[in-house]
Design a protein around this ligand. Sequence first.
Ligand code: ZN
Length: 185
Amino acid sequence: MTKAPNAELPKSVEPIRLAEQKATLEGVIPLEGLARFGEAVGGSQEGRECHAKLSFYQDGERRRVVSGELSAPVTLVCQRCMNDMQVTLTSSFDLGLVSSDEQAQRLPKTLEPFLCEDFTADLWAMVEDELLLVLPPFPLHERDECPAKEDLEALEPSNAPVEPEAKKRDDNPFSVLAGFKTTKH
Ligand SMILES: [Zn+2]
């Protein structure tokens, strides 16, 4: 029951049944279909897809678990230079499928609860929640790749490379004294 990697993941599934079948679903979700994520990211993610691999199973305590791995290339806006930056968001997670808050509270700390009502679950919402968790709140280019790097260095003189200039003077501490002596004679 493994889906082709490039097929679209179903939106609505029966996770308990999938866990009993030890099913693995692998496929993609178009990012444009994730409204909350789109709002949080801002800008168009046209044509972009999140690749997801979701394994459903029962653990040793007969808890129903979903282990997921996500990878989504997205365009974010660097908060330093305000230019686009390409980032691949990745996430791996383990969720315990529960049907009540009481069950959720009995889960070990290693499992985040995922509430399944009416025996169905919205897989897209599950993936969307996990993507939102790994979305950087303040995305920045790597310092050397950011077009605003020079502005930044100007604002942070302590981090600017002043070292060579200072060293030059230290190398010859007597030059000033020597000059003084010469003029005196
Ligand atoms: Zn930048």
